[in-house]
Design a binder for this molecule. Structure first.
Ligand SMILES: [Zn+2]
Length: 391
């Protein structure tokens, strides 16, 4: 297929991207207007649509299919963006602004740029003589813990739809990303017993027990750093654990009854996250709690997992990786520190990689932008993959 102007993205791409940026889909807002707009665009071109919603039905995922039959390929992107609160923008973040062959706006790079390219290419997907289906997945609430994509995957599972591969278009400067770490965030509540601080033997000091647990967690982190498994290619080649938030106590002369803290665990692909978590819980239940309960039976420690992203493992998707590489050009696949929805697709049995326009350094920042060159390179990827799946 020939390109009219090699320096410009296609008008459809820019038009779709303009529309997408104009919807303020900051994660705290509903994304329904954007989804309805995308759905009517895709429906007009003949796509078959599926929707899955959050419990309150204020947000939706859209799954659109061109072509027929089993398998096929998914282009997937999230529709939500991070807030602009407190950021100093030189233009309206919710109105696409073009300057020096770059398009500025909230989400331009993370990741409405990719979504705009895919929706802009929908006419081509609709008219291609596809041997296998091409699906477009648009999700909600990625930026606040990947809350939407599990619902989409549940819906596909229920409907018996099993695509053979997925490309998640997070900004990677159009380089192929085949691995990222997994992550868990835990909240830990330490319940002790209050007393006047002159009477410490009658109390259970929640802060002191929390600090022992935090020290134990830090010991595990140091052991990972010095002797744990390593995968070169990651910025930090080993697992990391750190306590990042803590609250407790009510006054300088009161033994605290409560202390709460959060820790964040980033683990390597191919390793089980449970081992370390079990070790932490065992230290709490077998070493700390018995001592606490001797003073007060109501004392104890509770854990709650408040966020999880599986790791993306490069052992499980060689075929889709080779496909993407064959259309974006040969280079060493990357390993990145940030988590993406690709690992959720992989966990559901759909081999997945990350490749999208724009630089991650630019995501979440004021004056976020995507360059025309990156948009064009993404258009090429979509077109070439569609050609590969066509008769
Ligand atoms: Zn993103």
């Amino acid at each position: 297929m020939n390109d009219p102007d090699p320096s410009q993205p296609q008008p459809e791409t820019l038009e779709c991207l303009r529309q997408l940026i104009a919807f303020d889909t900051t994660s705290r807002n509903s994304n329904l207007e954007l989804i309805e707009w995308a759905a009517s665009h895709l429906r007009r071109l003949g796509a078959v649509l599926r929707f899955s919603h959050n419990t309150e039905r204020t947000k939706a995922n859209l799954f659109a299919t061109f072509g027929e039959g089993p398998g096929g390929l998914i282009f997937s992107g999230h529709t939500d963006v991070v807030p602009v609160d407190g950021q100093n923008w030189s233009s309206d973040p919710f109105s696409a602004t073009i300057k020096n062959d770059c398009l500025y706006g909230r989400g331009a790079c993370d990741m409405k740029g990719f979504v705009g390219v895919v929706l802009g290419q929908a006419r081509l997907l609709a008219t291609a003589r596809l041997r296998k289906p091409i699906h477009i997945a648009l999700t909600y609430d990625e930026e606040v813990g990947c809350l939407g994509v599990p619902r989409l995957l549940q819906d596909l599972h229920t409907a018996g739809i099993k695509p053979e591969g997925c490309i998640v278009g997070e900004p990677s400067s159009m380089r192929l990303i085949t691995a990222h770490k997994g992550g868990r965030i835990y909240k830990c509540r330490v319940r002790g017993k209050a007393a006047h601080s002159s009477l410490t033997p009658r109390a259970v000091n929640a802060i002191e027990y929390a600090s022992r647990l935090i020290t134990f967690i830090n010991g595990l982190a140091l052991a990972q750093e010095s002797g744990g498994p390593r995968i070169e290619g990651f910025d930090v080649p080993h697992a990391t654990i750190s306590t990042n938030l803590i609250a407790g106590g009510t006054g300088g002369n009161i033994v605290p009854a409560d202390c709460e803290f959060m820790f964040d665990y980033r683990y390597l692909p191919g390793t089980s996250p449970d081992e370390l978590i079990v070790a932490i819980q065992r230290y709490a239940t077998q070493t700390l709690e018995p001592a606490m309960k001797r003073r007060d039976f109501g004392a104890g420690i509770r854990f709650e997992c408040i966020g999880r992203i599986p790791a993306l493992d490069d052992q499980q998707h060689e075929e889709i990786a080779a496909w993407v590489q064959s259309v974006v050009g040969p280079h060493e696949p990357g390993k990145v520190a940030y988590g993406t929805e690709a690992s959720f697709f992989q966990e559901a049995g759909i081999p997945s990689v990350v490749c999208g326009p724009g630089s991650i350094d630019n995501a979440h920042r004021p004056d976020e932008f995507v360059s025309f060159e990156q948009l064009r390179s993404c258009e090429r990827m979509v077109r070439r993959l569609a050609a590969k799946l066509s008769r």
